[in-house]
Design a protein around this ligand. Structure first.
Ligand SMILES: [Zn+2]
Length: 122
């Protein structure tokens, strides 16, 4: 996933979204971002050294997975906001088709149309 590679991104201007709709979705993204972007506590930080090392390891792994998921969500949101700033939000990053407002309303950080999303996730 090359979130920062703007060069590889199709710069198609959407014509199907009104500025009001785009600003509404931007507000949704910002709200979502502040909700997600809470610090996660590392459970192993103040772990008792007498704890079973296996337990510590799996706790650590669970924490890292959670942190990675959180980072991915925040990055996806930032990426969508960046596309709003660029004026290309609402079009598929892969094939350039317009993403229906209903889909963006449900998934404001969507940057792919349903077809390309299905291809990307297999
Ligand atoms: Zn597409």
């Amino acid at each position: 996933m090359a979130i920062d590679e703007i060069d590889g991104v199709k710069m198609v201007k959407p014509t199907h979204l009104s500025p009001t709709q785009v600003e509404g979705l931007r507000a949704q993204l910002i709200a979502e971002r502040s909700e997600v972007d809470e610090p996660i506590e590392d459970p192993t930080e103040d772990a008792d050294l007498a704890d079973d090392p296996g337990t510590r390891l799996s706790e650590r792994q669970a924490f890292e997975e959670m942190a990675a998921r959180q980072t991915a969500v925040v990055e996806a949101i930032d990426h969508a906001i960046k596309r709003i700033d660029l004026g290309v939000y609402g079009t598929c990053e892969d094939c350039g088709v317009e993403i229906p407002f209903e889909r963006l309303e449900a998934v404001p950080d969507a940057v792919l149309c349903i077809n390309c999303q299905a291809k990307a996730t297999g």
